[in-house]
Design a protein around this ligand. Structure first.
Ligand SMILES: Nc1ncnc2c1ncn2[C@@H]1O[C@H](COP(=O)(O)OP(=O)(O)O)[C@@H](O)[C@H]1O
Ligand SMILES: [Mg+2]
Length: 331
């Protein structure tokens, strides 16, 4: 006969067994669920990785587009800049060609006279005088040196622009740190955008002597170009009246400062925190990608350990300030 105590014991054992059974099956269920969640997670993370890769590719493409847009702006500027000297150089060349034909005719005539030596000296002199008058020899001889001088100046101008562009094209090939003169960079950018600028904005320069900084020149040029083009667009966005763009540089201790200031539409306070975000733009599609300032931030802050700051009173003045270390070795 089993005692009450034994019943109780068996009862407790049974209860324990049932509890254990439930616990084991609950854990199995949880384990199974975990496994399926794990599989789901693996699938999701694979999808996420694929999406991330697409985003990276898109970002790279957009970055390239922004750079291309910059290069497009440059190209438009260069074409305009080269066009004027080229026009008068070719025009002068045409005139010079005619002059040479005239001179050729004259010298052929002289030569013919020399060969025949016919007629009196008086006759010859008269004929020569008539011929020189007809062909406007006096004028031609006076004009040739001027034409040649102008042509030379035009060619020199084209030469300068091409040299300037070589400096710029370092954007594509030179990625290493070098001694970079920010004043030269600014001058060169202003020359390049001069054609687009002329009717919209007067440029004021206050470039103080600054030391060459250690920088990737092409990248800093890209930032300066972004800032100048933004300033120009802000002036155009305000209305048809021409505006003012002021650029300045100075040194303070181990840093070189550069500001680009305009009196265009300005930036409302609520946008000040967003303008450096990729894709933030207030410009219509086709005019703005919203990448210029985010790329500039990357270049100045991350790659050159500098700072880019902005101040704006909408409708009055907007100022971008760059602060760049003269040397990079402390990083
Ligand atoms: N000088 C400026 N004056 C007024 N707004 C500016 C100026 N520079 C930048 N912004 C504002 O910052 C935004 C982002 O500039 P950016 O990154 O260069 O892109 P995008 O020029 O393609 O719009 C502009 O759309 C504009 O709203
Ligand atoms: Mg821009």
């Amino acid at each position: 006969m089993l005692s009450y105590g034994s019943f109780l014991f068996i009862g407790i054992l049974l209860v324990l067994f049932v509890c254990l059974y439930y616990e084991i099956s609950r854990r199995r269920r949880i384990h199974k669920r975990l496994k399926s969640l794990e599989a789901e997670l693996a699938g999701s993370s694979q999808k996420l990785a694929a999406a991330l890769q697409i985003i990276h590719q898109l970002q790279a493409r957009l970055l390239q587009q922004e750079q291309l847009a910059g290069i497009g702006q440059l190209a438009a500027g260069i074409v305009h800049e080269i066009n004027t000297p080229l026009a008068y150089v070719s025009n002068n060349m045409e005139i010079l060609e005619k002059y040479f034909i005239t001179l050729g005719t004259l010298s052929a005539r002289y030569r013919a006279w020399r060969m025949t030596l016919g007629g009196t000296a008086e006759e010859m002199v008269r004929e020569m005088e008539g011929l020189e008058k007809n062909l406007d020899l006096e004028y031609i001889l006076r004009d040739i040196p001027d034409l040649l001088e102008d042509t030379n100046a035009g060619l020199q101008q084209i030469n300068n622009i091409v040299r300037e562009m070589r400096l710029f094209s370092r954007v594509d090939c030179q990625r290493s740190f070098e001694r970079y003169d920010i004043n030269r960079g600014l001058e060169s950018i202003l020359r390049v955008v001069h054609a687009q600028m002329a009717s919209h904005a007067a440029v004021e320069k206050d470039l103080q002597p600054v030391p060459a900084i250690q920088a990737v020149g092409g990248e800093i040029n890209q930032v300066l170009l972004n800032l100048v083009i933004n300033a120009l667009q802000a002036i155009r966005g305000k209305g048809p009246e021409p505006g003012k763009i002021r650029v300045s540089t100075w040194q303070d201790g181990a840093f070189v400062y550069c500001t680009v200031e305009d009196n265009g539409i300005g930036i409302p306070e609520e946008n000040l925190n967003s303008i450096f975000n990729p894709f933030f733009t207030t410009k219509p599609v086709g005019q703005g990608t919203g990448l210029g300032l985010s790329i500039s931030y990357e270049i100045i802050v991350k790659r050159h350990h500098g700072e880019i700051m902005v101040e704006s009173i909408p409708g009055e003045v907007t100022k971008f300030i760059l602060r760049l270390p003269v040397t990079q070795n402390q990083h």
